[in-house]
Design a protein around this ligand. Structure first.
Ligand code: PGA
Length: 253
């Protein structure tokens, strides 16, 4: 059974104190998760250690970094390495978020390197893909996403690909309040799974968690997550509001 995941992406929001309050409030309202359900909080780098302490001993709840650099160590001022994440025992990292691609020019090739180093250090990448509005309007989103997968993922071995989580996030739905319909989400998730099946076989493809991201909220999570190939969500705005995110966790299959 593949994992069902509710992942919060705080992005560059909240002070440490606000973040701690939010985590406390969400944890207090999160009752036991099923064995195959996970909750992940992708917090800003300076809060990783504090967040890690807050979730210590909690079953199926994890902290993620929002990015990592592709080199092991050295003279890269301002960057954060996988060894640093390992030293805090951070088990997840978000890679290739569309904001990183757009504002920091991350390419499919650079992301392939980041995936390699994360996997080599036992950190599970949450690999983001998804098309901009112009591509959706031209109805070429399948080709666009297939190319992202091909250029960043398909060098991975069978063993490696099973260790990643994919997040499909149509850029036109991020932070816009404009969610993909559950049918649009399912269509792309099924397409992604079929691509993975072609490359790695059905058994492996069936085991890979594919999250949907883009204006997930309490009011649409259940409908989105009920789709057969949607295995949870990567949530920005609504993850900053206690009751919204708690309801999203409860909407997991
Ligand atoms: P949103 O962000 O939920 O605010 O649309 C999702 C994301 O960027 O991961």
């Amino acid at each position: 059974m593949r994992k069902q995941i509710a992942a919060a992406n705080w992005k560059m929001n909240l002070t440490l104190q606000q973040g701690e309050q939010l985590l406390d409030a969400i944890l207090a309202k999160t009752t036991s998760l099923k064995e195959d359900q996970q909750v992940v909080f992708a917090v800003p780098f300076p809060y990783l250690a504090a967040a890690q302490q807050k979730i210590a001993g909690k079953q199926n709840i994890f902290i993620a970094a929002q990015n990592v650099y592709s080199k092991k160590s050295g003279a890269y001022t301002g960057e954060v390495s996988v060894e640093m994440l390992n030293s805090l025992q951070i088990p997840f990292v978000v890679l290739g978020h569309s904001e990183r691609r757009e504002y920091f020019n991350e390419t499919n090739q650079q992301l392939a390197e980041k995936l390699n180093i994360a996997l080599a250090h036992n950190i599970t990448p949450i690999f983001c893909c998804g098309e901009p509005l112009s591509v959706r309007e031209a109805e070429t989103q399948n080709d666009y996403v297939a190319q992202q997968l091909e250029e960043s993922l398909y060098h991975l071995s069978e063993e490696q690909i099973q260790k990643i989580v994919i997040a499909y996030e149509p850029i036109w739905a991020i932070g816009t309040g404009k969610t993909a319909s559950s049918a649009q989400a399912e269509e792309m998730h099924a397409f992604i799974r079929l691509q993975l099946e072609d490359k790695y076989g059905k058994e492996i493809a069936d085991n890979i968690t594919i999250l949907y991201g883009g204006s997930v909220k309490a009011s649409n999570a259940k409908e989105l997550f009920s789709q057969p190939d949607v295995d949870g969500g990567l949530v920005g705005g609504a993850s900053l509001i206690t009751d919204e995110f708690v309801a999203i966790i409860q909407a997991l299959k």
